[in-house]
Write a protein that binds this ligand. Structure first.
Ligand code: FBP
Length: 538
């Protein structure tokens, strides 16, 4: 396979490990834990995996070796930079315990376990993928492991291959399901352990224990590089307003991090929109005000960052979408369904540009919901801001020019070669997962903390998944789930934006982060995200 010069050089990068994982390793157990809420319900649902202690690894004089054992690994959900390093970390971690350990990769996500599709991950295969982006080593998928028939099918293949532990690399839902699986395998006395690893570019799998999910660092750096390039273009040509939508499903962590890295004129945060109950009209009005204020200074250009999930956080749009979901579930004639909207929703619907309004009625997912990520919010805002500015011009409140360009960044960053941070973090998560397995743990998530310090000083261990759970309503039923982390409006990253945005709006204060650097001085190559730095400074 042809390779770029960078790929060749990068293949030999040796990811850094925390000191505690480098030689002999001793396990230290903490106090019994509790779930973050709904303790009684969670305890009842997880009698075998509830209350386990947080564990930490410490450097020890002696290196233990284990009887050889086989482990399976699964990639679950959307791609995130660093997945291959988690797998190479697991591989190296297992081999450090016993060179005869074997690692199997289930193909195409959790369905590989259920359908018995797998490969053995040999040293040759692993070496091909070290420090590369993507999940293509074994592929990923969005099948949910929820049914006992799926769990039983997993037992069959694990027994056939002699697999004693599974590592599930995924987001909040996949790790919740990993814990359900761990509990089931304990109840059934199968001897199969299950360990989770925190993955998602969205950055919403974090809490008091998990500092960040892997992939967030690299993805934000890739988007920020391109946003910076667009900013320089805008500042050179001085004729366009760029509206850039950024991936992240519900939470606005990616938009916020990119905002902190690049200092755009406007960075919308969905969580703030919801908290302030802002209407679409208000959001459009605010943007138009900024455009007019910059135009008054002769600057007919700018950059607006928009989080992917915005539309669902605007209260009136949320109501409209819910009504449409309901009506269209029972009424295939769109016109007839629209006639049944409440007067408030009908008025919101009629205020939308025709193309967007149509998208709301057309694109449904298999559960019958509008696919909000397919709604072109950037185009919606450009069109509505343009209209608003035309009105303002007629009233003598705007005398400049407005020409908007839309962008959507998401897939561009999900498979980038992991930054040094993600390469090191992921390798450590994987190596650490192997140690958790060796210690007989199940129902734990691989835990690497103190991540704003140099990798040597990172703290390695494990956190019981049940500790991060609460009960939430999902599809009309109360379910135990890992609590999703949205942007906190009283958190340091948002406050930093809020304190500076008035200045960034009017003045041109752009920062150009440039491309990810893999080699060079540590202050250029090893910096974590601004979000992590600000959160950990508390
Ligand atoms: P995960 O939560 O599975 O990591 O996926 C995140 C994400 O990249 C979101 O940012 C985005 O909305 C979604 O996946 C896109 O999904 P798909 O890959 O199915 O197009």
């Amino acid at each position: 396979m042809a390779k770029s010069a960078l790929q060749i050089a990068r293949a030999s990068y040796q990811p850094k490990l925390p000191k505690a994982l480098k030689g002999g390793i001793a396990l230290k157990e903490g106090q019994a834990t509790q779930s973050v809420a709904d303790q009684d319900e969670i305890k009842k649902l997880f009698p075998n995996t509830y209350g386990m202690p947080v564990v930490t690894f410490e450097a020890a004089a002696e290196k233990v070796s284990l009887p050889a054992m086989n482990v399976g690994v699964i990639l679950s959900g959307g791609q995130a930079p660093g997945g291959h390093n988690v797998i190479s970390g697991i591989f190296d971690g297992l081999k450090s315990l016993n060179k005869d350990c074997k690692l199997y990769g289930f193909l195409g996500g959790p369905s590989g376990l259920v359908d018995h599709k797998y490969i053995e991950l040999t040293a040759d295969i692993i070496d091909e993928y070290r420090n590369t982006g993507g999940f293509d080593i074994i592929g990923s998928g969005r099948t949910k492991l929820e049914e006992t028939s799926q769990f039983d099918s997993g037992i069959e293949i694990c027994n056939k291959l002699g697999i004693k532990a599974l590592v599930i690399i995924g987001g909040d839902d996949s790790n919740t399901n990993a814990c359900v699986l761990a509990e089931y395998y304990l109840q059934k006395n199968t001897g199969i352990q299950v360990i989770g690893c925190p993955k998602t570019i969205d950055g919403d799998l974090k809490n008091d224990m998990i500092e960040t999910s892997f992939g967030f660092d690299t993805a934000c750096k890739v988007y920020s590089e391109v946003i910076g390039n667009i900013m320089r273009d805008a500042n050179s040509a001085k004729k366009y307003w760029h509206f850039i939508k950024l991936m992240g499903r519900s939470a606005s962590h990616i938009a916020l991090e990119c905002g902190l890295q690049t200092q755009p004129n406007i960075c919308i945060v969905s969580e703030e929109v919801e908290a302030k109950k802002m209407t679409l009209g208000q959001i459009v009005g605010d943007i138009a005000e900024t455009v007019a204020a910059r135009a008054a200074k002769g600057n007919n250009f700018g950059v607006v960052l928009i989080p992917e999930g915005l539309i669902e956080f605007i209260p009136e749009m949320k109501v409209l979408i819910a009504e449409l979901n309901d009506l269209l579930a029972h009424e295939s004639d769109v016109k007839a369904a629209l006639a049944k909207l409440t007067p408030a929703s009908a008025s919101v619907y009629n205020s939308l540009p025709e193309g967007i309004a149509k998208q709301l009625t057309l694109d449904r997912d298999p559960h019958g919901n509008v696919q909000v990520s397919l709604i072109e919010t950037e185009k919606l805002l450009i069109e509505m801001v343009g209209k608003k500015l035309a009105e303002m011009k007629a009233e003598g409140k705007f005398s400049g020019k407005f020409s908007g360009l839309g962008h959507f960044f998401g897939y561009e960053g999900r498979c980038a070669a992991p930054s040094n941070f993600d390469a090191d973090y992921c390798y450590s998560l994987g190596f650490n997962a192997a140690q958790l397995i060796a210690s007989g743990k199940t129902g734990y998530m691989s835990l690497i903390r103190n991540t704003t310090a140099p990798a040597e000083q990172w703290i390695a261990g494990g956190v019981p998944v049940t500790m991060m759970m609460n009960m939430e309503r999902r599809h009309g039923e109360m379910k135990p789930v890992i609590r999703k982390a949205l942007v906190e409006l009283n958190g340091a990253p948002f406050k930093k934006l809020a304190d500076n945005r008035a200045d960034w709006a009017i003045n041109t204060s752009y920062v150009y982060p440039g491309p990810i650097q893999y080699f060079g001085p540590s202050e250029v190559c090893d910096q974590p995200t601004k979000t992590l730095m600000l959160e950990q400074a508390k």
